[in-house]
Structures are given as structure tokens and as C-alpha cells.
Design a protein around this ligand. Structure first.
Ligand SMILES: Cc1cc2nc3c(=O)[nH]c(=O)nc-3n(C[C@H](O)[C@H](O)[C@H](O)COP(=O)(O)OP(=O)(O)OC[C@H]3O[C@@H](n4cnc5c(N)ncnc54)[C@H](O)[C@@H]3O)c2cc1C
Length: 379
């Protein structure tokens, strides 16, 4: 393993932080998607960070992307907006880039990299959450096109997205049951439902989507027909790395606020940080930031080598989400009643953080995955 960070990579991370600090912190955009901030991030060029220049991207490595997303999480306080960016890049545009045929790449990539069209991924259904493979949405071959029927739940970016990666059942064969389709919101029979109100990540709108005899052209099959399970696995790997990369930066930002508060707030004539009960919470934060960062860089390095990181991304997702939530809870405790007020913005950080133990596969499911993988290696 070798991930020596170059001067250029450090500079790109700093540029990302300066840009995010100055352009992605509109306080009025915490609860709604901001078109102005979206335009700003498009102009900055982040959307195409790992996409080749042929499609308007920057062609950077996955390690550089990891550093930039860590910087984004540190400097942009709007976790919901970051979630919009991540869903667009890593589990929509990125899948077209990696698995799309020439038609799909030519049609969608440049406009997604430029941010003119927003992407989303649609896996979950009302009766198929953790058991996603039990999905009921199905596609029928009608000769020139496919017809999709089904309803997908909790689709991040749903209300603002133009292009959806939709997974559907296409075969009875248990090993080759699913296919991924690229579906446009304007396709006949496609409907986006109302916003689902959530406790956090307010800037990222979420909705149900309904496909009622939705007509999808044959060329919009993503990857190989009936081989959607492979794409689903890959999507989870990307999302468990890069949707969680910004959390390293968020934890760093929150820890710095805690240090500042613990060393300025006095009770009993001394700084509260002089109490071990407080300082140990901050020490725990540093330990989890350091270990999460190492795991993130390792995964990015593996991806730069073209290797699979399924086990590593499960471990990273599980570890960082538990510690990100703990960091927010501890920060609230360190700030006392001030932390509980909306003014200090810690309670919002906690509300945003809580979702991460559910999305990308719940933490319980990560433990199942990790155990199943080590068991199959051992036996
Ligand atoms: C903020 C947010 C954004 C999301 N965005 C998207 C999106 O863009 N696209 C998309 O397709 N989906 C999205 N989802 C849905 C997400 O993937 C699912 O919520 C998740 O997979 C869990 O499914 P569920 O909510 O139905 O919970 P369930 O599957 O009903 O699980 C409920 C509880 O039971 C536990 N459980 C279930 N089965 C087992 C088991 N075998 N062993 C141990 N414990 C188990 C779970 O861990 C959980 O604690 C999003 C969810 C959230 C919260």
C-alpha cells in the first residue's frame, strides 16, 4: 500500500476547502436544494473529478477525489447539499461512466459532468429495503423497448433528478435476475412523487418514484442485460466510500469546534476541557478521525489500482457512521444546553449524521456482510 499524498493533491484539497467555505454555505439553503450552490459546484468542476477529459471531467485519481471530498465535508456545513452531489456523482453518473455503452456515455455523461442534468439511484422499495434483492419492480421486453412497472422508495435527489439508475427484475434465474436501466424523468409512464420530509439532510430532497408502464429504450440498459446485480454491488462499493468521505472532514470540523469550546467555557473556575470526562471525548474524536481517514485513503488507493474493495468499504461505512454519530452526540454533550439549541448548529449536525447508519445498507447489514465474507474466506 502506497498513498503518498503529493503537493498537487494537497493544493487541490485546499482549493476545494476555500471554494466550499466561500460559496457553499448559504444559511438559507439548509432545508431546500439550492440551485445557486449547484451552479457554483458545477462551475468549480467537482462533478467530473474522476471522469476523463473527453467528457468534460478533470481525470483525477480516486485518491485525489477522496481528499477533495474530505475537504468538502470540512468546509461546507450543508451536509444535505453534499449528499445531493454524492448521489449525483457516485451512484448515477459514475455508473454510466464505468458501465455505460457508447450511446449512454455520449448522451448523458457530458451533461451530467456539467451539472445540466442531475442523477439519482433507485433500488429500495417499500417491501425491499435491507433485502433489496427482493425487489418487485420488473421490466418486460416489448421488442423495441422495455416496459418498467414498480415503485421505488426513499430516492435521494428524486424531486430534482433528471436521470435515474433503476434496478428491475428481468429474469427468473436467481443468479441473473436483475438489470439496471438508465431512465429519464420525462420517459412516458415515469412519475416523481412528493417530497418525503426527513429529520435531517434537508437540502437533499427525497421522494418515491413510480413507473407505470414506463417505456425505456433498449439502448438504455446499463451494462449487460440480466447482470444488474454486479452493477448494484459496484454502486454500493462506490457509495460506501465516497458518500462517507466527507464525514471525515465533518468530524474534523466538529472536533475543532469542541476543542475551542472546551478551552473557552469555564465552570467551577476552570475550563471544562480540563475535566477528563470532556477531554477524553475529544481524544475519542481524534482516534476515529485518524482511523477513518486511513481506511478512506486505503480504499481510494485500491480503487486507483482497479481492485475491488467490497469488504473494506463495508468496514469503513460501519466504522465511520458509528463514530460520526458518536462525535456529534459527544459534541452536543460538550456544548451542554447551547448544543441543544438550534443557534449552535450542533443539533442539526446530529440529525444529519443519524441517517448514515441507515443509508447505503444499514450498519446491521454491514456486520452481516463482513461476517459472511470472513466466514467464506475461512471455510
Ligand atoms: C437518508 C436516506 C437516503 C436514502 N437514499 C436512497 C436512494 O437514493 N436510493 C435508494 O434506493 N434507497 C435509498 N435509501 C433507502 C435505504 O437504502 C434503506 O432505507 C436501507 O437499505 C434500509 O432499508 P429499510 O429502511 O427498509 O429498513 P429495513 O430493511 O426494514 O430494516 C429495519 C431494521 O431491521 C434491520 N434488519 C433488517 N434485516 C436484517 C438482517 N437480516 N439482520 C439484521 N438486521 C436486519 C435493519 O438493520 C434495520 O435496523 C435512503 C435511506 C435514507 C435514510
Amino acid at each position: 500500500m502506497d498513498f503518498l499524498i503529493s503537493e498537487e493533491q494537497i493544493m487541490l484539497k485546499k482549493e476545494m476547502m476555500t471554494f466550499a467555505k466561500n460559496h457553499l454555505n448559504d444559511k438559507d439553503s439548509m432545508e431546500t436544494f439550492s440551485k445557486d450552490m449547484w451552479q457554483a459546484i458545477c462551475d468549480f468542476g467537482l462533478l467530473g473529478v474522476t471522469v476523463s477529459e473527453e467528457y468534460g471531467g478533470l481525470g483525477e485519481s480516486y485518491l485525489t477525489a477522496a481528499l477533495m471530498f474530505e475537504g468538502l465535508g470540512y468546509a461546507c456545513h450543508n451536509n444535505g447539499f453534499i449528499f445531493v452531489i454524492n448521489n449525483h456523482i457516485w451512484v448515477s453518473q459514475n455508473l454510466i461512466y464505468l458501465y455505460g455503452n457508447k450511446h449512454l456515455k455520449d448522451k448523458y455523461l457530458a451533461i451530467m459532468v456539467a451539472g445540466q442534468k442531475i442523477g439519482a439511484i433507485a433500488i429500495t422499495e417499500a417491501e425491499a429495503g435491507s433485502d433489496a434483492m427482493n425487489m418487485a419492480t420488473h421490466a418486460e421486453d416489448k421488442g423495441d423497448y422495455y416496459v418498467l412497472n414498480g415503485t421505488k422508495m426513499f430516492i435521494s435527489n428524486g424531486p430534482i433528478a433528471d436521470i435515474f439508475i433503476v434496478f428491475a427484475v428481468t429474469s427468473e434465474d436467481s443468479f441473473k435476475r436483475y438489470t439496471a436501466f438508465v431512465v429519464e424523468k420525462d420517459f412516458e409512464g415515469f412519475q416523481v412523487c412528493e417530497d418525503i420530509k426527513k429529520m435531517g439532510l434537508g437540502a437533499c430532497p427525497t421522494s418515491e418514484i413510480v413507473m407505470d408502464n414506463c417505456k425505456v429504450p433498449k439502448e438504455n440498459v446499463l451494462g449487460t442485460f440480466n447482470m444488474g446485480a454486479n452493477i448494484l454491488t459496484a454502486a454500493l462499493e462506490w457509495e460506501r466510500c465516497y458518500e462517507f468521505a466527507p464525514h471525515v472532514g465533518v468530524m474534523q470540523r466538529i472536533m475543532e469546534r469542541c476543542i475551542e469550546h472546551a478551552n473557552s467555557r469555564k465552570q467551577f473556575s476552570r475550563f471544562i476541557g480540563d475535566n477528563q470526562a470532556i477531554s477524553h471525548k475529544i481524544a475519542d474524536m481524534q482516534v476515529s478521525i485518524e482511523l477513518s481517514r486511513l481506511m478512506l485513503y486505503k480504499i481510494a488507493w485500491l480503487k486507483d489500482q482497479g481492485k475491488s474493495a467490497f469488504m473494506e468499504t463495508s468496514i469503513f461505512k460501519l466504522y465511520i457512521s458509528e463514530n460520526y454519530i458518536k462525535t456529534c452526540r459527544d459534541a452536543l454533550q460538550i456544548f451542554g444546553a447551547y448544543g441543544y439549541t438550534c443557534e449552535y448548529d450542533i443539533e442539526r449536525e446530529l440529525r444529519d449524521a443519524l441517517a448514515c447508519s441507515i443509508y447505503s445498507g444499514t450498519n446491521e447489514m454491514q456486520k452481516n456482510t463482513i461476517y459472511n465474507m470472513i466466514r467464506s474466506r475461512a471455510l
